[in-house]
Design a protein around this ligand. Structure first.
Ligand code: SAM
Length: 169
């Protein structure tokens, strides 16, 4: 089984878990509580722009849960707003104010519904550290996953604003 957390796009071979129910969602649930899944039961987990919706105090618990349900050598694809990229945009005096407001919405969340708020931000060093800390043995940064058409490939001002990592259990 392959689990797409916070997903909307149906894709063969992937089941969708989302905190918000809709017709394409297979499991309604929260990324920070995967208790509905057994240990070592999922081959791949994909989560694009969901992890920052979790409180930082729950970050370790959330990653431990993902590690628990993945099979040995299972893959975790994680994409988050890249704080290094977004903060550079914010302090660039030459950038248009509209771009800065957009960057701030990428940092704090679009705020279009009750789940569209970000509790925390990550850059490569911080997220890799957290993943290693819960037992992922290999963490690789990639430009694109080439799996779903989503925010992990979003480049609204020319450069990609997402941090895309593949972690191996
Ligand atoms: C910003 S959207 C990202 C959508 C898509 N994955 C992308 O990258 O474009 C966040 C998605 O995660 C879902 N979501 C928010 N908090 C969640 C949580 N705690 N657990 C599971 N899904 C969550 C939302 O319902 C929404 O579909």
């Amino acid at each position: 089984m392959k689990l797409h957390i916070g997903g909307k796009e149906k894709k063969e071979g992937w089941s969708i878990l989302n905190i918000q129910k809709n017709d394409d969602v297979d499991y309604v649930g929260d990324i920070s509580d995967l208790s509905q899944f057994k240990d070592n039961s999922i081959n791949e987990i994909y989560a694009s722009h969901v992890f920052e919706h979790i409180k930082f105090i729950d970050a370790k618990k959330t990653l431990l849960g993902i590690n628990r349900v993945l099979v040995e050598n299972g893959k975790f694809y994680i994409s988050v707003p890249d704080m290094d990229v977004l903060c550079k945009i914010l302090i660039d005096k030459k950038k248009d104010p509209k771009i800065k407001i957009h960057a701030l919405r990428m940092i704090f969340g679009g705020q279009t519904d009750e789940y569209d708020f970000h509790y925390f931000g990550y850059n490569f060093e911080l997220l890799r550290g957290l993943l290693k800390n819960v037992g992922f043995r290999n963490v690789e940064k990639v430009k694109t996953f080439s799996l779903f058409n989503d925010t992990s490939d979003y480049a609204p001002y020319g450069e990609p604003i997402s941090l895309n990592l593949i972690a191996i259990k």
